[in-house]
Write a protein that binds this ligand. Sequence first.
Ligand code: GSH
Length: 214
Amino acid sequence: MLKLYGFRVSNYYNMLKFAFLEKGIKFEEVHAMPNQETEFTSKSPMGKVPCIEVDGAYLSETGVILDYLEDISPSPALFPSDAFQKAKARELLRCCELYIELAARRHYGHLFFGEDINEAAVNEVKPVMEKGVRAISQLARFSPYLCGEELSYADIVAYHCFSYPVNVAEKIYDWDIISDIPGLKSWKETVAAREHCKTVDSEWLAALNEFQNS
Ligand SMILES: N[C@@H](CCC(=O)N[C@@H](CS)C(=O)NCC(=O)O)C(=O)O
């Protein structure tokens, strides 16, 4: 059985967990925190989570793992079948990852780990996120999912790319980023209503609660 390494507070971990559940692939969750010990970097070379174990071999990087899951378990498809539409789905999920999640991540140390505010990031991050918002507004179809009538990886990645950046936008910039993207609020509700999303969310929130009180 495939093993998923990481921890339930991690948004990238939750993307994979959501994908595993939607695809109906059996998997085992293995608790692991990011670290630079050789024992872990031998599995995940950058020391990040998530990574997966397949028959004693390891694979890291969420996007790469999603592609692998699509190859080993094509049904239900989580990318459009048309090559160009598939690339458009990737374009959209990449914008969410690079220009929303990765940009906002520069404030996680301050918001979630009690570090001093990153002054340089205060000025640099918002313009990146604003361009990300513009790109997503332009690319997303919201009918009702981001790429059309069916759930795709774009939805799975985007859903978890917004989870923490929403707090960054609100707390650092007094910015309601969700309402700046017409259609995003009801899309988020549509995704959140899916059974597998509910499972991931309830386990995420329980873990977050435990993490914040530890
Ligand atoms: N590019 C990686 C990003 C994963 C990532 O940033 N994971 C976080 C936890 S949510 C992590 O391991 N952070 C520790 C670090 O950056 O060293 C992926 O797509 O899987």
